[in-house]
Design a protein around this ligand. Sequence first.
Ligand SMILES: *Cc1c(COP(=O)(O)O)cnc(C)c1O
Length: 353
Amino acid sequence: MATHSIPVTKNLHPKLASFDMNQIAFGKNFTDHMLVADYENGEWKNVEIKPYAPFEVDPSSAVLHYGQTIFEGIKAFKNEKGEVVIFRPDQNFIRFNTSAARMQMPQVPEWLFMEGMKQLIDLERAWIPSKPDASLYIRPFMIATDPFLGVRPSNSYKFMIILGPSGPYHAAPMKILIEQQYTRATPGGVGFAKNGGNYGASLYPVTLAQAKGYDQVLWTDAIEHKYVEEVGMMNVMFVIDGKIITPSLERGTVLKGVTRDSSITILREMGYEVEERNLLVSEIIEAHKKGLFQEVFGVGTAAVVSYISRLAHEEYVMDFDVDALKVAPALKNHLNDLRMGNIVDKHNWLVKL
Ligand SMILES: *Cc1c(COP(=O)(O)O)cnc(C)c1O
């Protein structure tokens, strides 16, 4: 593949010097540059890196009306030696194009996604926090830009990458309500894709759960609400009688998380048995009644591993002593050590800049 050098317009008023790296809130701060590319007449063009700034969108743009929009979430880390690594971006590239196909959007070529991301990050090296647990969050996304109100696939699109310093992410353990009415994803639907609408649709049920004192919902299958699927915007793992169980991807209603995949590999290497299968809510409750339900946690790029202190099914409440967790903290430490370069990257998951 030819190396593509993407033209860069430098930001003449960078914010970096005045930015306080000790006050990083996730998703609120963005670096000084962004990557932009346009898709027109069947090809990607106008690829450039330029100062981060708002841009104009026609009010009739397809994305504003019918939701043709997809995104990814990736992290880059700076280790103690000052080296910059990106965690498994090849997996995000594949998933981005899987999402694109489902949303009838064009494929993004590898050079644009990968080389574009690397060139942008290289330019913004100084924005990458070097603290343990802190990272640079990478947000590639694509939107449909045809100025046309007809419901049909757009002919023009914009692909962009923006970056923001992130973490250390010290989230409190979560209280989770098992969802009995609303759904995140349906078989044949778009649950496996990272398209905007999935997230908009989740806000109302999560707000209802929050009004009842919970932080998030555990999504269950759309048809019977009997099988568990995901927790909030994360994949979910259960420790029952020493074994780890995570919902399988078969029905297309569970997002194929990169952290999920990495966690399964790491946990197996640690000696745990990991099952990817359908898991009934009733099986969890039975295990809890027998004293065999040991842990439940979320896995995803943003929070890495999220502890859960309470899981409730209607009136039945299951509490977990977060200080006594074994699997979740071991996995979290392993993933963090790997990303910070403290342990050997034997699967070549880290892409060096
Ligand atoms: C992004 C996402 C995840 C986590 O995927 P990672 O690749 O591990 O970040 C899980 N579930 C949903 C619904 C997501 O959008």
